[in-house]
Design a protein around this ligand. Structure first.
Ligand SMILES: O=c1nc[nH]c2c1ncn2[C@H]1C[C@H](O)[C@@H](COP(=O)(O)OP(=O)(O)OP(=O)(O)O)O1
Ligand SMILES: [Mg+2]
Length: 213
């Protein structure tokens, strides 16, 4: 990650994440590669109990397999009315192989189920936060750098917006009066858990010396 023309390998199969990493890194002259560029690599089983554990599993498995530094992202949605669920299970909330829309329907179903006796016209169902842990692993040194970011918002029963991915249409940002799916890539990067984690990681890299700030 130090000179123009370099590549950055991100251990993800999530096209929404990939688009965000490309948006963040390509202006710096980095070409972002993903698991779609390495189809021979086996899937990593994400059975950790924390975002950090899963992020490290992904960066280490892929980094060791390729013999190159690899960045991984483990992220998810923690909903207060659901005691922090789906959390690390966000990608498979509605079951193994669930689509974003399956997961969004499952989330609304769980929250609507809690609403009995309360104001049923209220679209804001619960406070929530998105969390992202990034892990950058270098197999030549065995060193790992991690960084975390989060963003607070509300789950709305009125999905809106065609941008982003995952739970973005249901994640309402009161300060912006928009859902995360109504933001441009640049706006989302300025606000999101992933943007915050990327800025924290960049600072750590710069503090270590050598990598562009
Ligand atoms: O900015 C976001 N906007 C909306 N939803 C989001 C976001 N960030 C994470 N999420 C949700 C999507 C998925 O349900 C789960 C991530 O699960 P996570 O295992 O980290 O990613 P994944 O399996 O989709 O791709 P991969 O592991 O190949 O990177 O949290
Ligand atoms: Mg995953």
């Amino acid at each position: 990650m130090s000179s123009a023309g370099d590549i950055l390998i991100v251990a993800t199969k999530n096209k929404g994440k990939l688009r965000e990493f490309q948006h963040a890194f390509e202006p710096l002259g980095l070409t972002v590669k993903s698991m779609y560029d390495y189809p021979e690599l086996p899937d990593v089983v994400e059975d950790g109990e924390t975002f950090a554990a899963n992020a490290f599993k992904k960066s280490k498995a892929v980094g060791d397999a390729l013999g190159l530094p690899v960045l991984a992202d483990d992220s998810g949605l923690c909903v207060d009315a659901l005691d922090g669920r789906p959390g690390v299970y966000s990608a498979r909330y509605a079951g193994e192989g669930a689509t974003d829309s399956d997961n969004n329907l499952k989330l609304l179903g769980e929250l609507e189920g809690l609403k009995q006796g309360e104001d049923t016209d209220q679209p804001l169902l619960s406070t929530a936060r998105f969390v992202c842990t990034l892990s950058l692993y270098d197999p030549s040194t065995g060193q790992e750098l991690t960084a975390e970011g989060s963003v607070d918002g509300w789950i709305t029963s009125e999905p809106s917006g065609a941008g982003g991915f995952g739970y973005d249409p249901l994640f309402y940002l009161p300060g912006h009066e928009k859902t995360m799916a109504e933001l441009t890539l640049t706006e989302k990067q300025g606000i999101s858990h992933r943007g915050a984690a990327l800025r924290a990681l960049t600072e750590k890299l710069a503090a270590q010396g050598g990598v562009r700030p």
